[in-house]
Each structure stands twice: as structure tokens, then as C-alpha cells.
Design a protein around this ligand. Sequence first.
Ligand code: ACO
Length: 431
Amino acid sequence: MADSTKTAKLTIDGKDYELPIHSPTAGPEVIDIRKLYAQAGVFTYDPGFTSTASCDSTITYIDGGKGELLHRGYPIDQLAEKSHYLEVCYLLLYGELPSPAQLEDFESRVTNHTMIHEQMMYLFRGYRRDAHPMAIMVGVVGALSAFYHDSTDISDPWQREVASIRMIAKLPTIAAMAYKYSIGQPFVYPRNDLDYASNFLRMCFAVPAADYEVNPILSRAMDRIFTLHADHEQNASTSTVRLASSSGANPFACIAAGIACLWGPAHGGANQACLEMLQEIGTPDRIPEFIARAKDKDDPFRLMGFGHRVYKNFDPRAKVMKQSADEVLDLLGIEDNPTLQVAKELEKAALADPYFTDKKLFPNVDFYSGIILEAMGFPTSMFTPIFALSRTVGWISQWKEMISDPQLKIGRPRQLYHGETLRDYVDIENR
Ligand code: ACO
């Protein structure tokens, strides 16, 4: 963190405290309150961390007002159009776009780690067939630490590197196996002559009796979904990974914690919830009814796929996703998809309604991704696992950055306590 020359002054009971202000390369200035408690004996209160920077990072930058998302400075729309997922993984992990030789080496390292320990098959078989694939993912990814002991020592940079490559390589295999298990089909082993996205599609859709020929347009769309979800700054699941790893926990356990957090409908579960909502709406004539419900303060219903904690303008990923949805449905000859129809009409209706525009509620990345995934043949229960496998590289990049920071401290938020003060224990017969 660069030395700051600017300071902020805080006055408490007539006493002044000087707080350093850090100037980032982009984004608002940051008041450094690390010494505040030691000097002034007060805490700050910020549930939901709406005004608190929890780390100093160089990976991803979001300007929510402008609707801008940059990875290591490169805008997401350029990456989605010109790059591909494994190149973006390299960029996130190592900070720069790779040379051709670096990319070839990286792709080969990932490709050679796609299989999982054969013994792990039995873990899958311990789950009920109707288990949600995310439940399986949380368990199986955490269990990687029981199978790959040689990459759990976080103080060794080489082991951190091996763990990172292993997770990027194995998450698609694990997600595809969770899917196959849930539908009662045999697991399909990875094939290392296929690219990352094609391999995942094949592991999901091939069966021993009939191979699956990967359509390049679908595999490009799949790759784009991975790319668009690769990282997103200090969101809930990334902060969960950072907090879990601040205790020194092994990387597999930390990524499992991130997957658990991602599962919630306010975060990664939103694409499943969004598609279910679009299907429940069913036909455009029912849109006003659902818009009215979303606006009704007494109704807990929200328009899924709308709104974002950080973007107060269009989510730049949603624009690319919308274009991808059109391409995929066109390729598959699904021109009159009723869900896409409802999505487009709903977007139009919400954007014409001051309730949504005044609150700066725009479609987020999840609004269109579910439509693409459904058209590809994925059930809704697979949407969040696909998000999890895409985001793994972001979690890992943030984890690696944190572990190599000499200022690393265990995360330990404070609280504003409003409970009982000291009181004596009352024996049970006297209560
Ligand atoms: N539909 C209707 N009203 C909404 C919606 C919505 N989707 N989202 C926010 N609002 C309203 C709230 O009721 C609130 O109104 P009020 O000020 O009158 O009380 C106001 O907008 C602000 O909402 P908050 O919940 O305070 O905003 P926050 O930034 O905390 O929430 C969130 C962001 C969780 C994404 C929210 O917009 C939401 O629940 N959206 C639907 C779920 C969703 O799509 N999540 C995916 C996020 S993207 C991702 O994880 C990849």
C-alpha cells in the first residue's frame, strides 16, 4: 500500500484523530481506520460492508456507476469477445496476458490435472441421487484436501500453485460428475484433447453408448459463460474465501466455503431462481402482475436477475450474455423460446418503470445466463455449480494474493453489542 499524504480528521468528544487516506489507481479514496480502535477506543459499524474495503487488491476493478468491470485493467467485454476462459484464468492468476508459450504451458498443466482420484467416486455414491449438485460440490471440493495432501501447505508457494491448477482443472470434472450422479448416468471421464469448455460439455452430455459431438458455437457460448463469471472483486463468496483462508485453512476447504456462500439465491443461486421466475411468469401478459408484486413492500418477492450491490447501471456482463442468448437460441433453432420472450418483455417493462430506474435496478449477469444454459440442456440445478466452477479461478487468485501479502492478518470483525450486560447465573429451580 503506497504511503498516503492526505488525511481525514475525526473528532470524538472534542479530541481529534488523524486517519491516513489512500489513493487507489481507480475508485474512491479509502480512509485507513486500522489504528482507530487502538488510538480512539471506538469501532466503526458497517453491516454488509457497504463502505468498507476489506483488502488491498490488484486483480479486479468494478465501477458500478459506469457499469465497468476490469480484470487486471482489461474490460470484460473485450475479454469475452477476444479472449477465452483459460487465458483469462492466466491473467487473473499471474497479472498479465500470457505469451503464446506461457499459454500453451498453462493449458497443458490444467489439462493434465482434469482427472480426480478414483477413490473419490465413492464419495459421490454416498449422496442421495436427488441431492442438489451444489450440496455435492461443497462436500467433494472440501474433500479434495483429503486426497491431495501434497498441496495443502499454504506456506509453500509451489504447493499453492499446484493446488490452484488442480482446482481449476478438477472443478469441471466434479461439477459434471455431480450432474451425472443426479440423473443416474455413469460418470464420463475427461478427455484431454478437448478444450476446457468442450470437455465440460462432453462430460455432462456424453454417455458410454453414444459420444457427444461438441458444437463449436455451444462450446464458445459455454466458454463465454465461464469467462463472464471468472471473478468479481470482493463479493460475498470471495470475501468468504478470504475470511476462511485468513485462519490458514487449506485451499480446498476455503474454496468449499466459497461454494457454500455462492449457493444462496441473493448470490450465485440467482440464475436458477431467475429462470424459475421467468417460467412461473410463463407469458408476457402476466408481467404486470409480477412487476406489481416486486414493487409491493408487503410482498417478499423480488425480480430475480435484477439489481446488484455494486452495479448501479447496466451489468456489463448482462449485455454480452444477452447477445450470447440470441446466438445460442438461433443456432439451436429455438426462435420462439417463450422464456426468452418473457425475459425480453420483462426487461423492457422494468426499465420503463420508475420504481426500478429510480432505485438503479438493472438486469444482472444472471438474467440471461439461465436461458442459455437451459437451451444447452442443463437443468436449473446445474446453473449454480457452473457458476462455481467458473468463479473458482477468481477465488483462487484472490486467495493467492492474500496469502502472499506480508500484512496478512486473521479476519476478525467487531460488533455493535446490544445484548444483556453482566448478570448472575440463576439456578434452574429459581427460574
Ligand atoms: N426486485 C425488486 N426490488 C428490489 C430488487 C429486485 N430484484 N433488488 C433491490 N430492490 C429494492 C429493495 O426492495 C430496496 O428497496 P427500498 O430501498 O425501498 O427498501 C432497494 O431496491 C435496495 O435494495 P437492497 O436489497 O438494499 O440492495 P442490495 O444492494 O443490498 O441488494 C441484491 C442487491 C441482493 C442483488 C438485490 O438487488 C436482489 O435481491 N436482487 C435479486 C437477486 C439477484 O438477482 N441476485 C444476483 C446478484 S448478481 C450475482 O450474484 C452474480
